[in-house]
Design a protein around this ligand. Structure first.
Ligand code: CP
Ligand code: NVA
Length: 347
């Protein structure tokens, strides 16, 4: 399977998708073909922007960006993607609407659905984004919940394809760290949908949930994807194309969780020694960001004072190394979110 085959390139967008009106609350809202179509569409839209030739397909659209948690990359990806495509956005910050205070998710969905053509929602429980999608009557995109982060995983798979130039079923990646979180769950399923060799390297207590593993196993026969779950970095990282990690504690988890997780995850820090376990100099490092690799943030400094550690899931030298592709990855949030908007809103 390949998504970025140059032979498929035409001057026209190659999306061949019919996602009009659809919501994306998790990867599995899409078929494998639709997922592949979004990756192709991303490639086309990125090329269009890079050649200063972008066609605005969403002129006159109004998009609500509702964030119950903070964000840099996701918010900016939606804002810039919408502006590039001629749409207008309205941003509602964590305290900026009645949602969750005086108004139910279902009622807010019905209000916003009467005014907007689509709604991005970053919240806590996955059930909330699904309820919004069920009540709004317009496309809803999950900008991160406690369970899934589909706009991130589409970006991550696209970045892996772009960086290697390989077919997706020739790509391997190892996710190292807290493998129960939203990003890890999304990567397990997205990797399976893309036919990749997925390795999860985590302590036993932080493995992906049974339902996430079952979801990956359901799609793998069609794509050829494989899933290894191991506590052993030596086994998990052997000859891998990418090493990926995320923060050891996610938004919404109590700050005290850091103290519990540190002893569990200390051996899973992505440092130079761990990167060397791939046995390859060209293994690339990925992170969804924000990353705790230094004291240069309020939380980073606070964690240093409480734990004596200046880096957590990744060391500063790996984060800043030539192997790190985190900012190429961050840029691709824009292009992949744009593909989701165009595919679901284009009329
Ligand atoms: N990766 C990601 O979702 O980052 P933000 O929290 O900055 O949106
Ligand atoms: N797992 C992280 C991802 C941040 C983009 C969190 O939920 O905080």
């Amino acid at each position: 399977m390949t998504f970025l085959d140059p032979a498929l390139s035409t001057p026209e967008l190659r999306c061949g998708l019919s996602l009009g009106g659809r919501s994306i609350t998790k990867e599995l809202d899409l078929t494998i073909d639709e997922w592949a179509g979004l990756l192709r569409l991303t490639e086309d839209l990125k090329a269009e922007k890079k050649s200063h030739d972008e066609v605005q397909r969403l002129r006159g659209c109004n998009i609500a960006l509702v964030f119950a948690k903070s964000s840099t990359s996701t918010r900016c990806a939606f804002e810039v993607a919408a502006h590039d495509q001629g749409a207008h956005v309205t941003y509602l910050d964590p305290a900026g609407s009645q949602l969750g205070h005086k108004e139910s998710v279902k009622d807010t969905g019905r209000v916003l659905g009467r005014m907007f053509d689509g709604i991005e929602y970053r919240g806590f429980a996955q059930e909330n984004v699904e309820e919004l999608a069920g009540s709004a009557g317009v496309p809803v995109w999950n900008g991160l919940s406690d369970r899934w982060h589909p706009t991130q995983s589409l970006c991550d798979v696209f970045t892996m394809l772009e960086h290697t130039g390989k077919a997706s079923d020739e790509i391997s990646f190892a996710y190292v760290g807290d493998a129960r979180n939203n990003v890890a769950s999304s990567l397990v399923v997205a990797g399976a949908m893309s036919g990749m060799d997925v390795r999860i390297v985590s302590p036993a207590g932080l493995r992906p949930s049974r339902s996430v593993v079952a979801a990956a196993h359901d799609v793998s026969p069609e794509t050829g994807g494989t899933l290894m779950i191991t506590t052993d970095p030596v086994e998990g990282l052997r000859d891998v194309d990418f090493v990926y990690t995320d923060a050891w504690v996610s938004m919404g988890e109590p700050i005290g969780t850091w103290v519990e997780r540190l002893p569990l995850l200390a051996d899973y820090q992505v440092n130079a020694e761990l990167m060397a376990l791939s046995g390859r100099a060209d293994t690339a490092f990925m992170h969804c960001l924000p990353a705790f690799h230094s004291r240069h943030s309020e939380v980073g400094e606070r964690l240093f004072r409480e734990t004596g550690r200046s880096a957590h899931e990744v060391t500063d030298d790996v984060f800043e190394s030539a192997q790190s592709i985190v900012f190429d990855q961050a840029e691709n949030r824009l292009h992949t979110v744009k593909a989701m908007l165009v595919a679901t809103l284009e009329r």
